[in-house]
Design a protein around this ligand. Structure first.
Ligand SMILES: [Cu+2]
Length: 442
């Protein structure tokens, strides 16, 4: 730097100058430059010292996630430096553990409690699990100095990597174990259904298992199908580790059967039974879902799997040639967006034959996202919205139908274009997260 200044034309000119005053000015400028350089060097050192000072990093543990409390690092990724302490805070309702095999660390953390880990060495991409619940884990990386956040955000990167094989005591189930419709018994003219909420591990695709809460052990819950005007009795048993309720979405039930904890009933505690009784009305595609145990945990319970279709047929129902039900759900913590409890490359397959009229009852049972459902190769008519028929002659002909959480659309199309066609969410992050079904001609 000094040499550069001395060599510069301006300095050479000044040095040649006979005016000492000018030379003096140049020297003052030079001194100022050196002082500024020194200051910058000092400031940098100060910054580096501040950055390597040990910090306490808060990581929230809940159902089913590990995430930095301040949101500075993507969910599912834990970043810290040597010397830092990580405070794992259980912000959920269930008991969790912080289990890090590579660090020989295994601590149980009850709801509201914290366990602290001191980082003593650099580790790269090691797994942090909870040994009680398959389905949430994080990748931890520590560094010596400065943070370097890697993008490992399973929440937004579409289909997450395969889960560890589940080794606990919960039953592992998949679409292969699911039944289509729930049977009833006729008791004094009342159609009586037994519905249970169960704690299971659900296999959305091969090698992709997540701990779930499920009606009758399946995702989505089995379809309950009744006829307009039926007297319906649902004997609901809660076998979950948490309290819950069941809400009959779009059904005009009497108030006491509406399933809202703290408003129309007390939450059904683990091991308890609650009876919902109502008349099936109005006609149309409806669904049932958890309304949580208290205000605030509905989203968690719904995302973990507590929903299923409820269809009220008109008397003398004339079904189309083919009829299918689509239940859209969301597991944002794992980056997957299932259709009927399945994610691509394990898609729900709708078989059709050329010339058939096909009806699909689409239920958005997820909790948060918009799903524009797009069908390839066909145009469809929207024949019912939220279960209620669209007046004849006014049905829209579409190939994409956006759906908001809680919305229901019945669509119909003619199978007039043989092939294998995808039917998928056009929010492409959701498609990447598995929200793709197939229409296959037989
Ligand atoms: Cu979507």
């Amino acid at each position: 730097m000094l040499q550069t200044i001395l060599k510069s034309d301006l300095v050479q000119l000044l040095l040649k100058s006979r005016y000492v005053k000018v030379v003096g000015t140049a020297l003052v400028l030079l001194a100022l430059t050196l002082a500024l350089q020194g200051y910058l060097l000092y400031a940098n050192m100060d910054k580096e010292m501040a950055m390597s000072e040990p910090a306490s990093v808060a990581v929230n543990v809940g159902e089913m996630f590990f995430e930095h409390a301040d949101g500075s690092v993507p969910a599912g990724f834990i970043q810290a430096r040597v010397g830092d302490t990580i405070e794992f805070v259980n912000v959920g309702n269930l008991r969790h553990s912080v289990t890090i095999e590579d660090l020989d660390y295994d601590e149980v953390v009850n709801p509201g409690e914290t366990t602290t880990l001191l980082i003593t060495k650099i580790v790269e991409n090691i797994r942090v699990n909870c040994r009680f619940h398959n389905g949430h884990e994080a990748v931890m990386t520590t560094t010596e100095g400065e943070y370097s956040i890697k993008d490992n955000d399973t929440r937004h990167s579409g289909m997450a990597s395969q889960t560890e094989p589940y080794e606990g005591d919960l039953p592992i189930r998949s679409y292969k174990d699911a039944i289509k419709q729930l049977d009833f018994q006729l008791v004094d003219g009342v159609k009586e259904f037994n519905l249970t909420a169960e704690h299971i591990v659900w296999e959305y695709a091969e090698g992709f298992q997540l701990e779930s809460w499920a009606f009758n052990g399946q995702l989505p819950g089995p379809e309950i199908r009744v006829v307009e005007g039926d007297q319906v009795r649902i004997i609901f048993e809660n076998n979950l580790p948490v309290a819950t309720t069941v809400h009959w979405h779009g059904v005009d039930v009497p108030n006491e059967a509406d399933g809202v904890p703290g408003v129309t009933q007390d939450a059904v505690q683990p091991g308890e039974t609650f009876i919902y009784e109502f008349t099936a009305e109005p006609v149309g595609t409806r669904y049932y879902h958890s309304h949580g145990s208290h205000h605030g945990d509905e989203q968690q319970q719904i995302d973990m799997g507590l929903s299923g279709p409820f269809v009220i047929e008109p008397a003398n129902y004339q079904p189309p040639d083919r009829e299918y039900t689509v239940v859209l759900t969301e597991r944002p913590e794992a980056g997957i967006y299932p259709i009927n409890g399945r994610v691509y490359p394990n898609p729900e397959i709708f078989k059709v034959s050329e010339g058939e009229t096909v009806r699909i009852r689409m239920i958005h049972a997820g909790s948060a996202e918009i799903h524009p459902m797009h069908m390839h190769g066909h145009q469809f008519s929207v024949v019912a919205i939220d279960g209620n028929p669209v007046p004849p002659g006014t049905a829209q002909l579409r190939n994409t139908q956006p759906m908001m959480p809680g919305e229901i659309y019945d669509i119909e199309f003619t199978a007039n274009n043989p092939g294998t066609w995808v039917f998928h969410c056009h929010h492409l992050g959701h498609a990447a997260g598995g929200m793709i079904a197939e229409i296959r001609y037989e």
